[in-house]
Design a protein around this ligand. Structure first.
Ligand SMILES: Cc1cc2nc3c(=O)[nH]c(=O)nc-3n(C[C@H](O)[C@H](O)[C@H](O)COP(=O)(O)OP(=O)(O)OC[C@H]3O[C@@H](n4cnc5c(N)ncnc54)[C@H](O)[C@@H]3O)c2cc1C
Length: 367
């Protein structure tokens, strides 16, 4: 495995100013490393610009290192936000609002019963004596009278939270600047500088030398150079969300049914997410059909939203790998080159652990 010595002189260069790049830069700079970050647009202009992110754990019955890291990150999220907000002296909206998932089939209900049993046994408790449980349609109507539950009831998950992503990104940028990270926006990286098989730096109009290069270019990671296309392929999956402003607050918990979810935010606005359009490639156009599909789904769950104003529509590209597991790796064929990309639908949720994973990878490599 490729490795650099922690004592190597020179900056660590990061390509991409999304959540992966910014969170990695914070951790590396906290350890005293020189870091320069290059973002072709402004930080958070890629997938990490999603207005609000849902932070929900995957089913407790799912095992494996990826699920465990994801859950570890979610349990750390509140502390991470507090630490970051203090360090940056900026507010970050975060709410552990809980989630109601409305069942649409008896099979899903049966699976959720098992999930709730495991979650209650293994997960930390949040706000209530139970972490997860199954509620009847009547119970759901009592808690959230504006909701249209299915007769099968739903899964209640107290561990679910959300974060306002723009505030998370702004705080990360601020704290990086305070730690001396050179944050270069509107600075396109044209290529990697690879010489004699080793990463020497990046090319951004001119060669910029570095001790190591970390590529966190999201869905664009494999576009950067042929070496990455081969070693760490990532493809874009276009997704759209809309933001609604109802006349008054209608519900308090995050609501999910099938693939659509509604996040109630502190300002009273509701994020409705999201479409999944792998066939669209890097297309950036918001579409009328997505706008309608999301709005109609939201009104199906919560009929009182029918006269809500659609405040905005957002488009982003989730970085997806063929295995659905992210690339978090040293590129064996190019010593000095590292990649953290492909976190697909859960990249924001991984912010609290990614910095540590990156420092382990670059500064304490296992041989
Ligand atoms: C519709 C939608 C909803 C989502 N909802 C959630 C959610 O609820 N919860 C959750 O956890 N996650 C969610 N995600 C996923 C999450 O947004 C991503 O996993 C995460 O933002 C990926 O972060 P990143 O830093 O890898 O990529 P990005 O945020 O895309 O950052 C990559 C950056 O690299 C820059 N870049 C690319 N090429 C170059 C270059 N050559 N030179 C310089 N800069 C370059 C780009 O401009 C970009 O800013 C959602 C995504 C979408 C699209």
């Amino acid at each position: 495995m490729a490795a650099i010595s922690p004592s190597v002189e020179g900056p660590i260069l990061i390509v991409g100013g999304g959540i992966m790049g910014l969170a990695s830069a914070w951790e590396l700079s906290r350890l005293g490393k020189l870091v320069s970050l290059y973002e072709r647009d402004s930080v958070g202009s890629g997938a990490s610009g999603v207005p609000y992110a849902a932070l929900w754990p995957s089913a407790a019955t799912k095992r494996g290192i990826g699920h465990e890291k994801h859950r570890e990150s979610l349990w750390k999220f509140a502390d991470y936000v507090n630490r970051l907000s203090d360090a940056a002296e900026m507010p970050i909206e975060f709410g552990r609002v809980g989630r109601i998932e409305l069942f649409t089939s008896p099979d899903r209900r049966r699976a959720a019963e098992k999930e709730a049993e495991v979650a209650c046994r293994e997960w930390p408790r949040f706000a209530d004596e139970r972490t997860q449980w199954i509620a009847s349609a009547d119970e759901i109507r009592q808690w959230e009278p504006s909701l249209e539950p299915t007769e099968l009831g739903g899964l209640i998950c107290n561990a679910t939270a959300y974060v306002k992503t723009s505030e998370l990104v702004a705080a990360l940028k601020a704290v990086n600047l305070r730690h001396g990270v050179s944050v270069n926006e509107e600075c396109l990286v044209n290529d990697l500088w690879i010489d004699e098989g080793r990463a020497r730096g990046i090319i951004s109009h001119r060669p910029i030398p570095g001790a190591a290069v970390l590529v966190t270019a999201g869905a664009w990671t494999s576009e950067l150079c042929p070496e990455l296309k081969e070693a760490t392929p990532v493809i874009p999956v276009k997704g759209q969300t809309i933001l609604l402003r109802p006349r008054q607050p209608l519900f308090r918990r995050l609501i999910k049914k099938r693939r659509i979810y509604l996040i109630p935010t502190a300002s009273g606005e509701v994020l409705v997410g999201s479409t999944s359009e792998p066939e669209a490639g890097f297309d950036l156009e918001p579409t009328e059909s997505a706008r309608q599909q999301l709005f109609e789904s939201a009104c199906e769950f919560v009929p009182g939203l029918h006269d809500a104003e659609i405040v905005s529509q957002w488009v982003g590209h989730r970085p997806q790998t063929s295995t659905r597991s992210p690339h978090l790796t040293a590129v064996d064929s190019v010593p000095g080159l590292y990649v953290a990309a492909g976190h697909f639908k859960i990249g924001i949720a991984m912010a609290p652990v990614i910095g540590h994973q990156i420092t382990e990878l670059i500064l304490s490599p296992k041989s």
